[in-house]
Design a protein around this ligand. Structure first.
Ligand SMILES: Cc1ncc(COP(=O)(O)O)c(C=O)c1O
Length: 427
């Protein structure tokens, strides 16, 4: 990997040391070019016009969906563009036809975006079981298996923890879900930008991720949906009565067990095949879920981000991050008064490049402010949208968190460690 060539695509890295890619990544020039080129050269709405310019816009937007689906090995499913991973998860939470007594299994490691949508379903009588990790952020598969019973409709968990960096054995989880007949939603917001994620290998039914964490524009996210046989064959017709709230649904209309068919979050223009007096039929594929004018430039930009990641090589990016993370962890572990949370330097396979730590006598926000003021180093601090996990770990003020990506260098890590040594000495 030619790191200097990569860095020249991200001019912003010359002004700062950006160690907050888990919050949102930086954007390379080719992605910016793709966005501007849409606005400058072929701006038109998608899925509507017959004139040439509209056809070009539509084709590029459609191509972006294909690229994204291909990137996760999900050509035979549907990649729906959303605003972010949060919207993707909410789409599933709102869209499945829940009934009272259904059970969802999730974990205490989850980002609020993969917890609150399930918590809210308690209002319609859905039970939620939350499996706790150990202090390193590892979920014991035996605990997960115990939590899944006959009523479990869905298991929702993250691949890589945004708070502790721990990677979960998702292939095993996929196998367990298949054996038990539960749907599997994988939150890949933190893994997919950094390592190969393949929905066929994992065997998940829904894959949610953020375009803006994988070099794409802000306002881009994805929900990939495994195509269920039922959905393949059936034209999705929605009568007005069926659309009025989950609870008023006629139970006879319930989908087959294991069906991934979900109702769209919004209905309106651009997503219908036909509209009659008492209902409407929804287009197949992503269009059925993207009512109204979508964020076309964000979608096209996300397609360009996938091209970029493929060109650099996702495995090369992963290797680069493993090397940097090991160096970072070794350095952190050598600083007196500093504690790393999550797997350490001796367990590289268990973790990604998201590294949480604390310094005795300092609040996480103080550490982040000192780094910023002293050396323009950007890290995240606080609870990382994981309040239940922080409470479980007894970390009242959360942690300081550095997160890496393809544009970070050894020199940046050394400078970061040097700053932390000084901060820890002064604390
Ligand atoms: C693991 C995880 N899931 C979900 C989200 C939510 O992503 P978004 O901000 O794109 O909605 C995040 C964001 O940090 C995350 O780290």
């Amino acid at each position: 990997m030619n790191i200097q060539a990569i860095r020249s695509d991200f001019p912003i890295v010359n002004d700062l040391i950006y160690l907050d890619s888990a919050a949102t990544s930086l954007t390379p020039e080719p992605v910016l070019d793709a966005i501007l080129s849409y606005y400058r050269s072929y701006r038109a709405n998608v899925g509507r016009g017959v004139y040439r310019q509209a056809q070009i816009a539509d084709q590029r937007y459609r191509d972006a969906h294909c690229k994204v689906a291909g990137f996760v090995g999900g050509e035979d499913g549907t990649a729906v563009f959303t605003r972010n991973a949060t919207e993707s998860i909410n789409l599933v939470a709102r869209g499945l036809d829940w009934k009272r007594g259904d059970r969802i299994v999730t974990t205490l490691l989850e980002h609020h975006s993969n917890l609150l949508p399930w918590m809210r379903l308690k209002e319609v009588g859905v039970d939620l079981e939350v499996v706790a990790p150990d202090r390193m952020g590892r979920i014991d598969l035996a605990d997960l298996e115990r939590a899944i019973n006959k009523k479990t409709r869905l298991v929702a968990m993250s691949h890589l923890s945004n708070a502790l960096g721990t990677i979960q054995p998702v292939r095993e989880v996929g196998r367990i879900c298949r054996e038990r007949g539960a749907l599997f939603l994988l939150d890949a917001a933190q893994s997919l930008p950094h390592m190969a994620v393949n929905v066929k290998d994992i065997g998940c039914d829904f894959l949610c991720f953020s375009g803006h964490k994988m070099l794409g524009p802000t306002g881009s996210g994805v929900l990939w949906i495994r195509r269920s046989k039922e959905g393949d064959e059936e034209q999705r017709s929605v009568t007005v009565q069926r659309m009025i709230g989950h609870s008023s649904k006629n139970q006879d209309s319930r989908k087959e067990p294991g069906s991934t068919e979900i109702e769209p979050l919004m209905v309106g223009g651009g997503m219908v095949e036909d509209v009659l007096d008492d209902g409407f039929s929804i287009k197949k594929g992503y269009e059925g879920y993207e009512a109204g004018t979508p964020d076309i430039s964000a979608g096209i930009g996300l397609g360009a981000a996938v091209d970029y990641l493929i060109r650099i090589g996702i495995d090369e990016i992963h290797e680069h991050e493993i090397t940097l993370t090991r160096r970072l962890l070794r350095g952190l572990e050598g600083i007196e008064g500093l504690e790393v949370y999550g797997p350490g330097a001796d367990s590289p396979a268990e973790r990604g490049g998201v590294v949480s730590f604390g310094i005795e006598g300092l609040l996480p926000h103080e550490i982040a402010l000192m780094l910023d003021q002293a050396s323009n180093i950007c890290i995240r601090s606080g609870h990382h949208c994981c309040i239940p996990l922080m409470r479980h770990l007894g970390l009242k003020h959360g942690t300081a968190r550095a997160s890496l990506y393809l544009y970070n260098t050894d020199e940046e890590i050394e400078k970061f460690l040097g700053n932390l040594e000084q901060i820890a000495r002064m604390a």
